[in-house]
Design a protein around this ligand. Structure first.
Ligand code: MG
Length: 268
């Protein structure tokens, strides 16, 4: 499990070659009938040591803006980040989006997202529990609390037990989700599957064929959902997935997205 944290390093390229043959890596072309749901970190941008240190290529912003137009708005970012953080990194773009794995939803980029259910003092209790631990970093996302441990992937089991103890000492309606060197506590029933369902229930998504692209465990919910709705999923990077297709890295995703503007049914 620990190697999942090393997604961003050069050495993973060697591993990718061994892993890639499980899934075909030439996803079908998008058409004007598709709706596109894209994870952000690890899918559109490479992971960094700290979530604030990611680099967003200008070409990515431009590509998302044009794709959104060609799909008549049926493009949403479905991320574990808060919408505030997503907007910061995509500025001046403001996309349709689900933040914090769907706890925040924005159907209309011109409207503020609906208010989210917060987790009370959980962030403060986790801060207190890990005070002085330089390898652990607590992120309060309001509707979720993330415990990051990218400096110490080998401590996964120990840290999970500690997080679990703090979370379960409080609200029983919370669950803990494991990602790449991160644990996240959030309310039950929140997930990328529910986010896709909510977005697909109204225009401009309704009636389209959904496509989900993601790299992490929480994306599997979104991938399962779009496949249940007759669409297809694309897994980014190594590891098992329910997706029918795979792309190696965020750069491969950008190349594939650019390709859709040139050779697919989305041509203007
Ligand atoms: Mg991701």
């Amino acid at each position: 499990m620990a190697d999942a944290c090393h997604h961003r390093t050069g050495s993973v390229l060697i591993k990718l070659e061994a892993d890639l043959p499980e899934l075909p890596n030439q996803p079908p072309a998008l058409t004007a009938q598709h709706a596109l749901f894209l994870d952000f970190d690890g899918t559109l941008v490479a992971l960094a040591d700290h979530p604030d240190r990611i680099i967003v290529p200008a070409l990515l912003r431009q590509t998302l803006a044009v794709l959104e137009q060609r799909l008549n708005g049926a493009l949403a970012i479905v991320t574990g980040r808060s919408l505030e953080s997503l907007d910061h990194f995509l500025a001046p773009l403001k996309m349709r989006a689900a933040g914090i794995h769907g706890a925040e939803l924005r159907h209309d980029p011109l409207q503020p997202p609906a208010d989210v259910a917060t987790l009370g003092d959980l962030a403060a209790r986790l801060q207190a529990r890990f005070a002085g631990d330089a390898q652990v970093w607590i992120e309060d996302k309001r509707a979720a609390v993330a415990v990051h441990y990218r400096q110490a992937p080998e401590r996964q089991d120990e840290l999970f037990a500690m997080v679990n103890e703090v979370v379960n000492a409080g609200d029983q309606s919370l669950e803990i989700i494991s990602g790449k060197c991160v644990f996240e506590a959030r309310h039950h029933g929140v997930g990328k599957d529910a986010a896709v369902r909510a977005l697909m229930s109204s225009p401009p998504f309704r009636g389209r064929i959904p496509v989900f692209v993601g790299d992490d465990r929480t994306d599997e919910d979104g991938i399962r959902e779009v496949q249940a709705q007759g669409g297809f999923g694309i897994k980014v990077g190594t590891g098992a997935s329910q997706a029918q297709w795979r792309l190696a890295t965020p750069v491969s995703v950008l190349v594939w997205l650019r390709g859709q503007l040139i050779v697919s049914g989305l041509i203007a």
